[in-house]
Write a protein that binds this ligand. Sequence first.
Ligand code: T6T
Length: 328
Amino acid sequence: MGKSAKLVPVVLALGLLILISMYSLAQKKYTIALIPGLTTDGFYITMRKGAEEAAKQLGVDLIFQGGPEFSPTTQIPVLNAIIARKPDVILIAPTDKQQLIAPLKRAADAGIKIITVDTFIGESGNYQTGSGNADFPLSYVASDNVEGGRIAARALAKAIGEKGKVYVSNVKPGISTTDQREQGFKEEMKKYPGITVLETQYNDDDANKAASQLAAVLARNPDLAGVFGANLFSAQGAANGVKNVGKRGMIKVAAFDCPESIINDIRGGTIDMAICQHPAEMGKVAVQYAVDALNGKKIPTRYGTGYTVIDKSNIDTPEAKAAIYSSK
Ligand code: T6T
């Protein structure tokens, strides 16, 4: 047998090997991890549903894992555990603008693509700019939270006849979303000379604390006219606080977020209006972007989801019903 004839089986075997590895590469199922702000919040439960739907359609595996509280102390260990599992992409709602930068940078350095959903890291949420220490995520998929705060301010101003004292019930400083909502709210309120915005009350995402704070602010300001609850638990707590002090309908509440309980609160007159985000869309788009990025496509650095504003006038419409979050 000639030399070249002897080489034929080797070449064939090599070709087969290449084919097999190409096939297994093509078959590799991507794994995408979604880390919410916390797991027991209807907002993130609804986001998960959207993400799962997209993952199913696109044939990727989705891991959903988060902490029990909206806090970097519980979120960072979850993030580290996820990094150890080496997913292809991490979708995350960072619970602090600064404290999540370094842990997420470690993930990015390990070759995991990062997309933030709902909240951002750094100062602006403008990623891939080539400047600063927090521009490495590929995209930010979320509501326009400054605009959300402005919407709340306009609605509350109208509800209180453009005069009186109001305050913001908020989670804690350092969270991009709720900071921006408060910023938008305060900026917009400057347009109403008859309205005084009192000091913000921070409740640590605890609705009970938000309810007692309502009573305390009212004790100091018996002429309190309204409250802006800057997220689900802040709004729920403020609304319960208003009920507890027997001021339903007298102290007006503008709520951010739309848990199931919002329907009765609006019908019963405790909450005047609610700004629903579109968390399922956030989940869907983020998974789609993750897959696009893995397939080498350039993805937009920002995707803005919209709002559905609900009040007594549209509470029974299909559009309003579809905007309510699901807690299960
Ligand atoms: O308002 C949402 C989310 O957008 C925010 O970042 C944190 O709070 C919520 O999850 C509602 O509880």
